[in-house]
Design a protein around this ligand. Sequence first.
Ligand SMILES: CC(C)(COP(=O)(O)OP(=O)(O)OC[C@H]1O[C@@H](n2cnc3c(N)ncnc32)[C@H](O)[C@@H]1OP(=O)(O)O)[C@@H](O)C(=O)NCCC(=O)NCCS
Length: 434
Amino acid sequence: MKLDSYVDFFRQTSPYIHKHRGKTFVIALDGDTVAHANFHRNIHDVALLQSLGIRIVLVHGGRPQIDQRIAQSGEQSQFHKQLRVTNTTAMQSVKEALGSTRWQIEAELSTGLPNSPMHGAKIKAIGGNFITAKPIGILDGVDYQHTGEVRGIDAESIQQQLQLGGLALISPIGFSPTGEAFNLSYQEVAAKTAIAINAEKLILVTEMAGILEDKNLIRSLSMPEAKRLLKKSNNSAQNKLLDTACSACNEGVKRVHLVSCAEDGALLTELFTRNGSGTLVMQDHSDVIRAAGIDDVGGILDLISPLEEQQILVKRSRELLETEISQFTLVVHPEGNLLGCAALYPIADSHDGEIACMATDPEFLGQGIASRLLERLEADAVKMGINKLFVLTTQAAHWFLEKGFVETELKDLPQQKQSLYNYQRNSRIFSKII
Ligand SMILES: CC(C)(COP(=O)(O)OP(=O)(O)OC[C@H]1O[C@@H](n2cnc3c(N)ncnc32)[C@H](O)[C@@H]1OP(=O)(O)O)[C@@H](O)C(=O)NCCC(=O)NCCS
């Protein structure tokens, strides 16, 4: 990397460094992530997060490692409804596999050779009997034996260890008050830990790039959207992740990130760049983003008319709005009132599109409504084959600049748009490659 771009990159990450410092993240690595060729890089990235002042709880899984041990013992893995049935022999394999996976992680966290990214990291990985468990019992006549579920999390002890500067490393095994060990789902352990310690983020790292819909990666999902997708999709691995994300969000975790272990640096890209790398599931807005319908015309007119009167937005008649309504996307409060709107116009015979009529209800400014609308329009544009977006604005130049748009000239606008340019309005023109 050239020195200039290195300095630029470093400066661009600084708002994220400030934002994340002192926050607690629960990072869950599934067994495939531990077995992946990128594993040591991913662990080094986790160590870097800790060096940047983020308090880390690392939860690991071990499904492929357990399967392998069970096969080596001459037994067969047994599942019912995709959940392992852990008999006594299998439990022995579970303990061996999770123990050795844990040591592998501890060993990676302990490396510190000069000229390696871990030099000087000095990570203190701390474990303990933080998880109490109970047996799942018998379901549909199937006795799950040593497969358990989380009964409680010793949040106070975990917090104490984080306070002392340690990285809490948690294996998916829990103990009952009778002293019995239970094999737990690492995703359940991670989600319940994030809830119990009031973590800022839960980050689920797997081989999946994130959540896909029609083969397209979804960058962010609100809870209602995540639940809708859950009902619709029959991809069981994806649904399991979505389910975990939803239950964590439901119980107070503000943000759940789904990140790939296979894409080098995906964790850092997700946390330190505007666009991220995977999928973010967010709890913090119960309002909904949706396409506009003909019944929304009145609400849009109420929202944009005052801005049209101040000549901030171009005047649109009711008739024009009615014909163009399918181009509009809205953010709507659960009680139905319109909080924000924006339109995306594909430009014929090109891979260009125009964003227009972006407006947020003045009472709801500064809550990320326009940012979410833009994110949605960009995702929609990608699906439509658009790779360049234009916007004309008189008042929101800096807002678009901060969203990665760059100022451009009239001659760069697609021909058909140039001829419609209103010199009296003298709007500034911005574009963004998406
Ligand atoms: C531009 C607009 C849509 C932003 O709506 P919003 O929902 O408040 O935006 P977000 O919450 O996503 O972003 C808020 C951030 O942008 C900043 N911001 C808002 N409007 C801005 C503007 N006109 N110029 C520069 N920055 C602006 C806010 O200060 C805030 O930054 P902060 O968090 O650092 O304080 C809204 O101000 C608006 O309706 N403007 C009038 C219509 C308009 O000009 N539309 C654009 C032409 S299509």
